[in-house]
Design a protein around this ligand. Structure first.
Ligand code: UDP
Ligand code: MG
Length: 317
């Protein structure tokens, strides 16, 4: 049995070697696998990530491979490339920054071997370590995603997962441009075991997710898996139309009964502004979907490879 670690790496120069050491050490201590492939996806790093990967000296049974992108395409694109290039019977997606211990990835893979009825093991954080606002927003997001898409997304699950080939093949059948892995994993189904783990501190460097990036990722998540916002827009339009018709009748009756009344300027201005705002909002929602359909329609590749690298472990060591 062979296991592949898919490691999306963006400017992880300082983490490559520590990660490699931790991973190979964990591999040496287990007995489920006799082959280990470390597949780094260098996501257009601007530092020496690829150079650091080239310096790694894999021991016997271990292969180091790298797929280097032509520019930064994002972690989602990295994971997709990883799925396409991985050769292991069991594959695990794991961050390069050691926040997710390689030892735990082997534990998760071990679950797949012990429990043939499961095809995927998803790690979830026992306690979120970010601030209270972040946690509240995250919880809100998972609730919204669940209620709008009807999918059962493992809350607090990261992209830290181990799975069999069949899951990888299923994911590869979805070459959509706006990728949201947590949703894709739950869309493809398969029996998934939730596995608790404790998130570690980042080994070196800093997280590349700004609040803005996270917010737009969350929006991608909802828009990729649900058309409910469009329906909400229709409902809002319907309700407003109904209210307008009622108000129209009231105004008509008033005018017929009491003649033309000049005051009412404020009401009119407020209504015009309100209606204008709602119309723009609804147009915006439609636009979000249209824009995504437009970009998807171009069928551009999800990532572009600049170079590939491979170093096999020497058998005599
Ligand atoms: N990453 C990537 N491309 C990007 C951003 C991040 O491949 O554009 C990788 C990064 O190198 C790391 C993983 O995705 O291995 C998680 O990123 P990060 O640690 O910045 O996120 P966090 O742990 O804060 O969620
Ligand atoms: Mg991290």
């Amino acid at each position: 049995m062979r296991i592949t670690f898919i490691i999306p790496s963006y400017n992880e120069e300082a983490n490559v070697a520590p990660f490699f050491d931790a991973a190979t050490e964990a591999f040496a201590r287990q007995s489920d696998f006799d082959g280990f492939e470390l597949l780094f996806i260098d996501d257009g790093s601007t530092d020496g990530t690829l150079a650091a990967i080239r310096e790694l000296v894999p021991p016997a049974q271990v292969d180091v491979r790298a797929v280097s992108f032509s520019r930064n395409f994002g972690k989602e694109a990295g994971m997709y490339a990883g799925l396409q290039h991985a050769t292991g019977d069991i594959q695990a997606i794991i961050d390069a920054d050691l926040q997710q211990p390689p030892r735990v990835a082997f534990e998760m893979a071990h679950q797949l071997i012990c429990h043939p009825e499961y095809d995927c093991v998803a790690a979830y954080q026992e306690q979120r370590k970010q601030g209270a606002v972040h946690n509240a927003l995250a919880r809100r997001f998972y609730k919204t995603l669940k209620s709008s898409s009807g999918m059962d997304v493992v809350a607090d699950a990261s992209d830290f997962r181990a799975f069999r080939r069949n899951v990888a093949d299923a994911l590869l059948q979805m070459p959509e441009y706006f990728r949201f892995s947590k949703g894709l994993f739950s869309w493809v189904g398969f029996r998934t075991l939730a596995w608790p783990y404790e998130v570690q501190e980042r080994n070196a460097g800093s997280s590349s997710w700004s609040t803005r990036k996270l917010a737009s990722y969350a929006l991608d998540g909802i828009l990729s898996f649900s058309v409910k916002p469009l329906r909400a827009a229709t409902m809002a339009g319907l309700l407003l139309s109904l209210a307008s018709i009622i108000y129209l009748i009231v105004v008509l009756v008033q005018t017929l009964a009491f003649g033309v009344d000049v005051p009412g300027y404020a009401t009119i201005v407020c209504l015009i502004l309100l209606m204008g705002g709602i119309q723009l909002l609804v147009l915006g929602i439609i636009g979000e979907y249209l824009g995504r359909a437009y970009i998807q329609g171009k069928m551009r590749p999800i990532y572009l490879v600049r170079e590939e690298y491979e170093k096999r472990g020497s058998d005599e060591s």
